[in-house]
Every structure is written in structure tokens, then in C-alpha cells.
Design a protein around this ligand. Sequence first.
Ligand SMILES: [Cu+2]
Length: 478
Amino acid sequence: MKDGVTRRQVLLTGAAAAAGTLSAKFGHGNTDDPTQLRDDSDLKDTNSDSSFSSYSRYRLSFGGPPNSDQYLGKLVPGLRKSGLKPVPFEAPDVDKLSWKMVSGVKEFELRCTAVNREFLPGKYMNVWGFNDSMPGPTIEAFQGDRVRIIVHNELPEPTSVHWHGLELPVEFDGVPGLTQHLIPPGGTYVYEYELHQTGTFFYHSHVAMQEAFGMVGFFIIHPQIAYDPPVDRDFGLIFQNFFIPPNSATADSMGMDWNWHTINGRSGPYTTPLVCKHGERIRIRLIDFSPMQHHPIHIHGHTFWLTGTEGGRIPPSAWIPRNTTLVGVAMAQDFELVAFNPGDWIFHCHMVHHMMNHMVPQIGPRIREEHGVSHYLDSLPNRPSASPSLENPAFAIPGYPQKMQSMQMSQEALQKITERQETRGMRKKWHEGVKGLMTVLRVLPEEFYDLVMHRQDDIPSGAIFEAIAKGDYRTHVP
Ligand SMILES: [Cu+2]
């Protein structure tokens, strides 16, 4: 079936018109996407996609009965050809660990370090991690690689590193006492083994309280040739909880009142959106590395297939369609979906207390940065009195208030959140609904993807969202 390209001629006003004008001005550009390292020769001719004719990657479609390959897009491939190397893995807000080839071995260097991580703009928290990052940088390798990982302990106490899920020689398993001596402060331990598996793995300290303090990172092992159906993007998110007492910026790994929640080391809305193009097939690999809590992970507007776990890839016959799935501590799950539905879709943990951070500004002084106890006491006379709000008739309703009131961020914090390239053209107040363990999957028609991700032209707040909502974009219509 042939894909035609049509242009909806819609008379628009306001922001949507601005977006339409912008897209018309720049046309249907095909700018290189530096994150994807692919060229057009990697893309297949979707006109030849006749074997998947009952499913459209560009609009709502059921795709056939539940036992069919096309049901809810199950085996509908991405826009990349089959038989290529996998697309590079992308974990927003986390770097990759560089390596060098030494006599046929991929050699990585990891440093165990204290980290001052910016969970939200201006909110720097003391945790531990690797190479000055929490989570640590991603180790990305291929099936068949031999790797050597040189671990330097720059912490003030002993540690060891475990390679979670890897089948390897016991002396490199990283368990203190049982398989190795702890690495003393200033010490080094060299781990070396072959990778015969593929999947979503991770590395972490095997000292329990250090785990709770943030010491984890992705360890992705790709197959040499991407699995079918190929995906166009391969994202990764690590979910964590911390207890950070109200008057402290240092995580307390003894506490069990988890009140700060991070995805790749940031809290919503500072989590960087996952951005893909309309019609792509994407994978999201999710790890729960919280100390104690599981996360029911939910996506809006799409159904995903559960295609892998921390044990590796699941055979397609056992894939499960979900829009919420429970990811337990130290588990990984891989989700795949066809991004048929343009828009800004929230992707989040559904535990209500994980959908916000702690609420200290509402309940007392926050002694952090320039704000000490004396500062708080000095400013008591200037603090707004509570009585006017108590006169609000809403207080007559039992249970009021439930909505988090007065949680506005400073102008500078807001600017840091909304000036990121990945957020261009989202609704002006999008950040109000994205807190704690929440991030956003942006599915953008190709012309808007280029505008948002590759151009510097000003895009009015809401312009992209409204244009999508009104259907003012080019689309492939089978
Ligand atoms: Cu959760």
C-alpha cells in the first residue's frame, strides 16, 4: 500500500498558526539527527511495508486479532531496515562511559565518587555515584565483546562493584568477602570478562547502603545485529527514591520515608523528555534501582509491549501488551511501542507519593543554601499569615486541600526547565503536571521534530502542541 503525503489546509489562528507558519517556512526538512548516527540509507522504503498493511504507524489502528503479528503494532518494524547494527542507546541526562581498545579488549575506567547532583534546578543533593555522575555513566557494549573495567575507589570507605545480571567468572562478581576483598579507599580492582548475553543490565556497588545512596549505572549489551522488528530509538531510564530530610541536602540512606524521586538523576519536570518522530518504533528500557519501592509504570496514549526483562529478551510469543507494568527493585523491563499518536505523552510511576517531591516549603523552613534557621526566624514577621486562606469556604469540605497548593518554582528554575531544546513548543504550563517520577514522551511529526530539535528559531509556547491537536501537520496516510 502506498504512503501518500498530504497537507491539510486548515485556517488557523494564534499559536497553532505560528507553528504552521514555521513548518511551512522550513518545509519538510530532513536534518541529520546527531543522536541517531544514521543516514537515509538505513531507512527502508515504507511503501514496501505491505506485510503490515492492516496496521498504520501513523494513526489509531487495532492491527488485527490478538493472535496476529500486527495486533497493537506488536511486530510492526520501525523505519530502519532489518539487519543493521542496533541504534545507539540514549539515557537522557546521563553520559556514556568512553572506552579504548587495548589488545582486543574494550577497556573502561570507573571511579566511585561522591556526587553533588542537581535533582531540580538549584536543588543540589549529595549522593554517591560513578565518575562524578549519579546514576553513573552508561557502559554500552556488544555481545561477544571482551571488557575490562578498571574500578578506582575515590570514596572515603571501601566498596566493590557488581555487574547485575551478567553471567561471568565468580572472581569478578563483586561481592565483598564472598568473591573479593573490598576495594579500599584509594584502591583499584580490575574486572575482566566476556559478554555473551544481550539485554538491559546494570552495575552497582554491592555494599547495601551505598546502593541506596545512588551507586548504579546502565550496562547495555547490544546484539551485533538489531533484533527484529528493529527499533528507531533505544531509550533508558533509571528510577530511584531517596530520603533527604527537610533541613538537609544529603540523602539519608537509613530513612524509609522516600521523599525525593529521580529518573536518571533528575526529578520531574527537570527530567528531559524522550523525543521521537511520529511513526517510529521505540524501545524504553527501565530499571528500578530504588532502595525499597516498586514502581507501576504507566504511559499515556499508547500501548507498549513488554519485550525484555533484566534476564534478557523475551520471545515474541510471550510478549505482553500493557499500559501499566510493575517494575520491582533491581528489575529491568524493556517496552516497545509504535509511536503512532503525535503529542506530548506523560510516562510515569503511578504511586501517588512518587508523583511529587517532598513538600517542605509548605510545612516549615527549608534550611538550604542561603536559608538558615536565623534567616527563617528573622523573616517571621514578613511571612504571610495563614488566616486568609483558612477563611476560604473550600475548607468546609472534609479533606481539603488535596492538590499541592503554592508549589510554584522560582523564575530561574522554571527557565532552566523550559529553555531546554526538547521542551520547545510544549504548552506554557506543561511542567505543572510533571513531577517526581514523571517524564514526557514527545511524539512529533517529522516537520515538527526538525523544528524542535534542530532549529534555533523561536517557537511560541504551545505552538507545537496546538498544531498537533488541530491536526495541522503533514502525515503519511496509507
Ligand atoms: Cu514509583
